[in-house]
Write a protein that binds this ligand. Structure first.
Ligand code: NI
Ligand code: MN
Length: 229
């Protein structure tokens, strides 16, 4: 049985048959985080981009758990320089295998930079992730605006599309509904909302719009909720 757990903001945990994958593990400093980093022991961490609210606790979790980390080129290279032994620097269009699945990096329209106390230390470009794991295909859009090439991603026959709905930094709920029309997934999961004042949204209103305007089912998960895929 393959499960997806919403960890809050854009962080997710996929589990199947003893394998686990964490996406964008921003937990420390995340007011809506459902888990502590110490609770996660993934074999794999996938990152959409370098912003601090996505890289989050990656370095600590990866070093402790010995996880492989897959990211776009500049971010993956920087993570290797931080002492992560199995940091993979990939790029758009590329598919990378990990323990139990694969990830293809897709386009995303956004920016990408990691800042520590001294300024920007890890630049690069943002990505979306088409993850094949446990017999399911799950698209994590990352932070992005709406773009019409989501139609191409929809040709991947998505079981699940995970979409940002917060507005301000990413697309908002109305463009996310248009994205659902392009992507044609069976299930939609909203993320990247209610973490900060600028991205406050009503998840139930989004669910109602998705289910009125498209044939997809919307699972508007509370942080900590686990869904069987
Ligand atoms: Ni971002
Ligand atoms: Mn973000």
């Amino acid at each position: 049985m393959t499960t997806l757990t919403y960890l809050g903001h854009s962080a997710f945990l996929l589990e199947d048959d003893g394998k686990s994958v964490v996406i964008d593990p921003f937990l420390t400093g995340n007011p809506n985080a459902s888990h502590q980093p110490e609770q996660l022991n993934p074999q794999t961490i996938l990152l959409t981009h370098a912003h601090n609210d996505h890289v989050g606790d990656t370095v600590d979790i990866a070093k402790r758990a010995g996880a492989k980390v897959i990211a776009t080129f500049e971010l993956g290279t920087w993570l290797g320089e931080q002492g992560i032994e199995d940091a993979v620097a990939a790029n758009h269009g590329g598919t990378v295998a990990f323990d139990g699945g694969t990830v293809k990096l897709t386009q995303a329209w956004h920016t990408s930079s990691y800042e520590d106390g001294s300024g920007v230390v890890a630049p690069g470009v943002p990505a979306g992730l088409v993850v094949r794991f446990g017999g399911k295909t799950i698209y994590f859009a990352g932070d992005t605006c709406l773009f019409s090439d989501m139609r191409l991603i929809g040709e991947e026959e998505l079981d699940v599309a995970v979409l940002p709905i917060g507005d301000h930094f990413t697309m908002g709920p109305d463009d996310a509904v248009r994205a659902v029309e392009f992507l044609n997934p069976k299930t939609v999961i909203p993320c990247h909302y209610n973490t900060f004042p600028e991205i406050k949204q009503d998840r139930n209103d989004f669910k109602r719009k998705v289910e009125e305007r498209t044939s997809a089912r919307c699972e508007a998960l509370e942080p900590g909720a686990r869904l069987e895929l």
